[in-house]
Write a protein that binds this ligand. Sequence first.
Ligand code: S3P
Length: 167
Amino acid sequence: MERRLFLIGFMGTGKTTIGHALAEELQFALYDSDREIVSREGMEISELFAEKGEAYFRRKECEMLAELSHCQDAVITTGGGAVLSSANRELMSKSGYVIALTASVDEIAIRVEQDRNRPLLQSQGELRTRIREMIEQRKGYYDFANLTVDTTGRSIESIKTEIMQNL
Ligand code: S3P
């Protein structure tokens, strides 16, 4: 079994929740790329986007993934847009087992609705429309994963079991 797992997927597909469950089950360390960036920069993601811009955040995200890809016995959860960089996709593919999580637009909307800290979903207009547009723009970017798991309407336990059976 690979000693390093990467969780990728659109916002609200359950990366953080499933990352926790997998790390606990495997007795692996858990690293969340966004959390690490927030703690280093001393700013929330929304503040980073507003004050330094998305391009700055993407640079930090690349640097952080390069660093985290050396961790052993680790579950690494990534931000939904980390896959937009081909360098990040290649890095994840060559340094670990990549799991993509998916969920329906309705379920994503329910999961992210209360969260003010996702700057890319804060634009005016209907949330589901915005999510649908972004999923369309990112079509294909998550396809390099070794395993793709739909989390819609499922328990953490059942998702975890499916992943464990495929490692
Ligand atoms: C982003 C997803 C977020 C965070 C940032 C940008 C994206 O992470 O990295 O707001 O571009 O999809 P989550 O997927 O954990 O919400």
